[in-house]
Design a binder for this molecule. Structure first.
Ligand code: DNO
Length: 390
């Protein structure tokens, strides 16, 4: 049994068309109703409109990414109970439309963070890059987050200052813009004031408290998902450690184990993202796959290359630090054992060839992802055929 190949589509405003995704060889599409704000209900009508768009291109909407969890739910403030009730209603509506896998995350304020979304590789293609000194410089000298110095060592601050002093004005502006990029699927970046205000709402929320908020959310939502036969897939933190003083609670194997035990159910599962989890050196990706196998509901396959200092860039899908051969082999073994095919998407891709001149969502240009998918597809077929002969 091979993986179910999909690609992410940001909806009608995405410069990558559904027909491109079909030509990439995908049967499934991963999308979300980005125009509906977090906390609101996704109506059956809105879901069906999107579903039919995808259906009319000969594909199916296999995975929702993401049904976003509102900041009110994460901080347990304001209308959070109403938002959870709305979340459950959206799940009912999705189930009524036949959609089964729902991805979400519990990262406070920011989703993924990078310092450079146009990092030039030696061959001229562009990749996403996280540079630790630049990020600290952004935090201390551009965002000027109150109390930020407490989160860094003297040596880190010194190196960030040296890095910042060497930046030209336009580099500072680019760094500022990149670090404040909005959520995937949004063209609107955060303003510094919005980020500072949002950070303020987490002043009293440490990792333990955030975890309690997540567990509360799961205890309300997972029984509903289970009754509807839906599979919830939490996405790991990216990068998998605290940023801007914000706690992060979906970064390690133990975090995932705690999440699953907070609401034990086969509906309570993981989006296994090799790119995110792989940035933390002590994360053993194969061990995570083996331990949570029946809880893995969605696969994001991409690769990162990190140095010992905390910098990382997005490598080719088969390059980088993660041994994709071993990952794919393990996935195929899990699929064989469970008798099911997991949805997979090639996550992020290099901006390359004709896409270099196009404006696309960072990480989501067509050709780089198509290349990634083609490599993964070839690898998978090779491993699959080889396993049949074993
Ligand atoms: C980045 C994505 C994440 C992911 C969300 C899921 O490219 O993998 O933004 O969609 O965290 O909720």
């Amino acid at each position: 049994m091979l993986m179910h190949q999909t690609m992410r589509w940001f909806g009608p405003n995405d410069p990558v068309k559904l027909s491109d995704i079909r030509q990439a060889g995908c049967a499934g599409v991963v999308t979300a109703l980005h125009h509906i704000p977090p906390g609101h209900v996704w109506s059956i009508t809105e879901i069906n409109i999107r579903k039919f768009m995808i259906g009319s291109e000969g594909m199916t909407w296999t995975v929702v990414e993401s049904l976003p969890v509102s900041e009110a739910i994460k901080t347990q403030s304001g209308d959070y109970k109403k938002h959870i009730a709305n979340y459950c209603q959206s799940l009912r509506n999705l189930a009524a439309c036949g959609i089964k896998v729902i991805t979400y995350n519990f990262m406070p304020v920011l989703d993924w963070v990078r310092t450079d979304v146009n990092w030039k590789l030696p061959d001229g293609a562009r990749a996403l890059y996280f540079e630790k000194n630049a990020f600290i410089a952004f935090d201390l000298f551009l965002l000027r987050r109150p109390g930020a110095e407490k989160d860094y060592t003297k040596e880190e601050i010194r190196q960030a200052k040296d890095r910042f002093d060497l930046m030209r004005e336009h580099e500072k502006q680019t760094l500022f813009a990149n670090a404040l990029l909005g959520l995937p699927g949004s063209d609107v970046a955060f303003t510094p004031q919005q980020v500072l205000n949002a950070l303020e709402t987490y002043r009293e929320i440490d990792a333990d408290r955030l975890r309690q908020h997540l567990f509360y959310f799961l205890q309300q939502v997972i029984p509903v998902a289970e009754e509807l036969n839906l599979q919830m897939a939490i996405h790991p933190d990216d990068p998998p450690y605290p940023v801007l003083g914000l706690p992060r609670v979906v970064s390690t194997e133990e975090d995932i184990a705690a999440i699953i035990s907070a609401a034990p159910s086969s509906s309570n599962g993981l989006c296994f993202c090799t790119g995110s989890l792989g940035v933390r050196p002590e994360n053993d990706l194969l061990a995570i796959l083996r331990r949570f196998n029946e809880h893995i509901h969605f696969l994001h396959l991409r690769n990162t290359a990190k140095d010992g200092y905390g910098n990382f860039y997005e490598a080719t899908h088969l390059g980088g630090d993660t041994d994709m051969f071993l990952i794919v082999k393990e996935i195929l073994q899990i699929q064989r054992k469970l008798g099911k095919s997991l949805p997979m998407r090639p996550d992020h891709g290099h901006q390359m060839l004709d896409d270099l001149d196009k404006k696309t969502y960072p990480g989501y240009s067509a050709i780089g992802r198509l290349k990634g998918l083609a490599e993964l597809r070839g690898l998978e077929l090779g491993v699959y055929r080889w396993m049949l002969d074993q």
